[in-house]
Design a protein around this ligand. Structure first.
Ligand code: HEM
Length: 200
């Protein structure tokens, strides 16, 4: 029960982080929360559709997923990956799966936190994308960007080789995301002084 409480608080905090990153401070928190709860298991079609529903392109979606170059996720967001079929193109690299299985056995799956970017967890860089090329994507929703042949895979390959292309597209996608239904004017919304709290 305590684990579930912790998980709820963490999901809420991660949602706030994302909503803050979106700079869409007046956006409702519920859509971000629902992306966090069911999104990690989304396939590429689900992901593209969920971003398209708010006017963001598949290109924006891949660039923005690069935000997972920092931060952590708890074990229950990727537990199914630990027992998945090794022949599946989204399967974790064998050594990484063993590492994660060991880490996730040290406590409740809702409490143990794992770096989203196993290579450079506290650096904002393009390692998230080169990780995907080696099946080192932590979430299923990360790995599907590369596992499925097509434009998202090509984009991952581009970013893995050209960090500057990632930085440029990430900045543009952040602006696209920040423009989703902004609530302007004192009657509708406000730019928060502290991201997680309504201004006093
Ligand atoms: C593509 C769809 C996305 C899915 C399915 C997704 C899913 C998740 C999940 C499950 C977590 C871990 C939450 C936890 O266990 O507490 C997470 C963390 C995080 N996400 Fe995403 N996310 C997505 C897109 C984004 C976007 C667009 C951004 C920002 C531009 C973002 C930034 C982050 C950050 C910074 C963290 C780490 C939070 C922390 O360390 O507390 N994510 N995401």
């Amino acid at each position: 029960m305590a684990g579930l409480g912790m998980r709820a608080v963490r999901l809420l905090l991660a949602s706030i982080t994302i909503v803050c990153l979106l700079q869409a401070f007046a956006q409702p928190i519920v859509p971000a929360l629902s992306l966090l709860t069911s999104g990690p298991n989304f396939n590429i079609t689900d992901l593209v559709a969920s971003f398209a529903a708010v006017g963001l392109s598949a290109k924006d979606m891949v660039a923005l997923s690069g935000a997972h170059t920092i931060g952590k996720a708890c074990c229950d967001t990727f537990l199914t990956r630990l027992t998945a079929d090794a022949d599946d193109p989204t399967a974790l690299a064998a050594g990484y799966r063993e590492f994660l299985s060991a880490q996730c056995s040290t406590g409740p799956a809702t409490d143990v936190m794992i770096d989203l970017d196993v290579t450079t967890p506290v650096r904002f860089d393009n390692a998230y994308f080169s990780n995907l090329q080696q099946n080192l994507g932590l979430l299923h929703s990360d790995q599907v960007l590369y596992a499925t042949a097509g434009s998202t895979r090509q984009q991952v390959t581009l970013y893995a080789h050209h960090q500057s292309a990632f930085f440029q597209d990430f900045a543009a996608a952040m602006i696209h995301m920040g423009n989703i239904s902004p609530l302007t004017g004192s009657a509708q919304g406000e730019v928060r002084k502290v991201c997680g709290f309504v201004n006093a």
